[in-house]
Design a protein around this ligand. Structure first.
Ligand code: ADP
Ligand code: MG
Length: 732
């Protein structure tokens, strides 16, 4: 009988020479990379480049847009286009692209060359203001959620001067990428960036207004973001042998390996050399693109890692986060590695998340910094309360902003924040708020040496509000909030958009109240005190400092009336509620139509994701796993038959035959059911289809997996057609 290539020997192939072992990376004698100061930003058309290349007036005009958020002076585009083109061509770029973020969660680009024929057989490099400012990609193949009929294919990209253009290069050439917003012909946002920019503007406006209550006059307030990224790196030899990893980004099969993460030996361990070489190169590429990545370490699961940048303004940070994911995927292949950004590539070991660290700052500093002086404390408590109030009122929106099929595997499993949104504040701050609640004002802080409340009545706070708590989905971590429930593969734009918008709303409403009280003759401090005392009572149910992974919390949260939206399908309807639509509309972030289109796209994405998984699982079961089991069965039957011929008793063989035959029955039955469910889509409407996925396909897939994983434990290793967890997780 012919046998397939024994896949377990892939493990040996997997440690084949990597670039490092070929004399690149960390191999002795490998060429040293440039010093970091020279490398950082070398592929970015940054402020220094602009200052050097632009006429003074144009540079100054552009700076008022970039730094102060003032409207763009249309007259300067020509000068910028020429400078950008010259710079890009010096860097070896032959093409440019408007780089945008459609609602697929990925980035998109269409390349145009700089070439313009001169009519005499030669060509010159050309790039003008209109090409910089506006692009017109055919929008019909991007998700629009009904915002655009296919016959209205027009879509526009618009230059975002506040995020710097950059060059993407490789051995085969280089091109200029210009960050842009993407909208339909009717002006509706079809992308992640446009609403993010609108929400940044809304927060800026409201926060600057509120600062005036404290006699602070800021030029600009901007949200700041730093996203920690978790990911897996596995040998690509393994990854490409698994149709599930190729199609779905996660394994749909795989028995629990003898060794998982129980040894706790991977977390913060020394980074394996091949991985370190790969990460070094990822970082070098990101430095060249001006992305300030700074920390890296092993994560909890075997083959899992994390990296994080230094925070930046939210818009740049969101662009840079997309570049980080792209770069990780791209560079991994140079090391024969596959980077898995899925939330749950492997069952039974930890999944991957993304922590969105978020705050907002004016040119005078971080507005969520507790600070030392009573005056600043008052201001801090005002803004911090605005965040708590916003989270309490819009738990549902925050939950929706992280809802997608991949993240459903994490939220609520005991390794990631639960699907209940709550805030960890730490003992100190919680105590302050309790005092305000009980006495209308706080007069002391728990730690000795720390003085009373801000506006003469609010307390001075410790710089770090106490302990860390890893189980909270939304934690105050000293001078920022950390939204920890994001999925590893998702764009940070929408969660950041939601945060900016709902906090802008709370700041607006709180500011209005104080302004009105003061206009009616009330003392500012008195008005603040009344406001906070009342608000604390309303938002305190969102504060939870205990163990978010415990069952008791689920019960307690229910008693407190907090939402527990377990799956994406439970969460998504909340996106379009009257309350949420009103908030988005009021602050000019998303119109009702834009919001509804997003809802439709999110439902559709959920449907497609699971539909693909269901089809892939059925294919693999029928074309890989069942045949392997059958081969084994046939060998066993042959052995039994021969034994009978020569009169040898083979009880063990017969018992094995029975066991395997039984498992084959189970797998056959489960697979038939899955195939049947796959054929039926549950209805014609996208929400019916999505609901069919949740209610029928997911359980059907789970049954197939149980049977297949049992078979993996008994079918001979050399017959098993797909790489196992045992190999994938530990060959580094
Ligand atoms: P930890 O793993 O303890 O959460 P890290 O240092 O890995 O901490 O990540 C913290 C992240 O928070 C970094 O990206 C950091 O730049 C970011 N950060 C720090 N201050 C702010 C801030 N004011 N606004 C937004 N992000 C911030
Ligand atoms: Mg963190």
């Amino acid at each position: 009988m012919s046998r397939p290539t024994p896949t377990r020997f892939d493990a040996l192939a997997a440690v084949k020479p990597s670039p490092a072992r070929n004399g690149g990376g960390s191999a002795p004698g490998a060429p040293k990379p440039k010093p970091i100061e020279q490398m950082f930003g070398e592929n970015v058309f940054n402020l220094a480049e602009m200052r050097a290349r632009l006429p003074k007036a144009a540079f100054k005009a552009l700076m008022t847009t970039i730094e102060d958020g003032k409207p763009l002076d249309a007259g300067i585009a020509e000068a910028v286009a020429i400078a950008m083109r010259d710079w890009a061509i010096e860097k070896g770029a032959t093409h440019y692209t408007h780089w945008f973020q459609p609602l697929t969660g990925a980035t998109a680009e269409k390349h145009d060359s700089f070439i313009a024929p001169t009519g005499d057989g030669r060509a010159i490099a050309q790039f003008n203001a209109s090409e910089l400012v506006q692009g017109e990609p055919d929008a019909s193949s991007f998700p629009s959620g009904g915002l655009r009929a296919t016959f209205e294919a027009r879509g526009y990209t618009a230059w975002d001067p506040t995020s710097p253009a950059f060059i993407l290069d490789g051995p085969g050439g280089a091109y200029l990428a210009i960050p842009t917003a993407f909208a339909s012909w009717t002006g509706e946002a079809l992308d992640q960036k446009t609403p993010l920019l609108r929400s940044i503007q809304a927060l800026d406006e409201q926060a600057r207004r509120a600062l005036k209550l404290f006699d602070v006059y800021a030029r600009r307030v901007q949200p700041t973001c730093g996203a920690e990224q978790e990911f897996f790196l596995v040998d690509e030899e393994f990854a490409y042998r698994r149709p599930d990893l190729i199609n779905s980004g996660r394994t749909l099969f795989g028995a629990k390996p003898p060794r998982g993460q129980e040894m706790d030996d991977h977390y913060f361990g020394s980074i394996p050399e091949r991985v370190l070489d790969c990460m070094n190169e990822v970082e070098r590429e990101l430095y060249r693109l001006g992305v300030p990545v700074t920390t890296r370490h092993n994560e909890v699961a075997p083959a899992q890692y994390e990296m994080a940048p230094i925070f930046e303004d939210a818009n740049t940070a969101a662009d840079h986060q997309q570049l980080t994911m792209n770069t990780l995927r791209r560079v991994a292949r140079r090391y024969n590695l596959a980077c898995l950004l899925h939330e749950k590539p492997f069952a039974g070991v930890n999944g991957s998340g993304k922590h969105l660290n978020w705050s907002f700052a004016s040119e005078h500093g971080n507005l969520l910094e507790p600070g030392d002086t009573p005056h600043e404390n008052a201001q801090f408590l005002f803004f911090c309360s605005a965040v708590l109030r916003a989270v309490e009122r819009h738990q549902d929106l925050l939950r929706v902003s992280i809802a997608h099929a991949g993240n459903d595997h994490r939220l609520g499993a005991n390794e990631a924040p639960p699907s209940i949104i709550s805030v960890f504040l730490g003992d100190q701050l919680t105590d302050v708020y309790e005092q305000i609640e009980d006495a209308g004002e706080a007069t002391e802080s728990r730690q000795s040496g720390l003085l009373g409340l801000g506006v003469d009545t609010l307390p001075q706070l410790p710089r770090h509000a106490g302990d860390r708590n890893r189980t909270s989905p939304f934690a105050f971590t000293g001078n920022k909030f950390e939204f920890r429930a994001l999925g590893s593969s998702q764009s940070v734009s929408f969660p950041a958009t939601v945060l900016n918008t709902i906090v802008a709303e709370s700041i607006d409403e709180m500011t209005t109240e104080v302004e009105e009280a003061m206009a009616a003759g009330k003392d500012r401090d008195e008005a603040m005190r009344e406001l906070l005392a009342r608000e604390v009572k309303a938002f305190k149910r969102i504060v939870f400092n205990g163990d978010g992974y415990s069952d008791e919390w689920v019960e307690e949260a229910e008693e407190r009336g907090l939402l527990n939206l377990r799956s994406t399908m439970d969460a998504l309807p909340h996106l379009v509620s009257e309350k949420n639509a009103g908030t988005f509309e009021k602050y000019g972030v998303l119109t009702k139509r834009e919001l509804e289109s997003r809802h439709e796209i999110f439902v559709e994405q959920y449907f497609y994701t699971i539909n693909i998984e269901g089809e892939t699982a059925a294919d693999m079961a029928q074309t890989m796993i069942l045949p392997a089991a059958m081969r084994y069965l046939s060998e066993l039957l042959l052995t039994a038959e021969r034994a009978e011929d020569v009169g040898v008793k083979v009880k063990g063989v017969k018992k094995t035959i029975e066991r395997v035959a039984e498992l084959v029955d189970d797998l056959r039955e489960a697979t038939d059911e899955l195939v049947e469910q796959n054929a039926e889509l549950g209805g014609d409407e996208v929400d019916e289809k999505a609901e069919h996925m949740r209610a029928n396909i997911i359980p059907a897939m789970a049954k197939v997996r149980v049977a297949a994983d049992r078979l993996e434990k008994v079918v001979p290793d050399d017959l098993w057609p797909i790489p196992t967890y045992r190999d994938m997780l530990h060959v580094k």
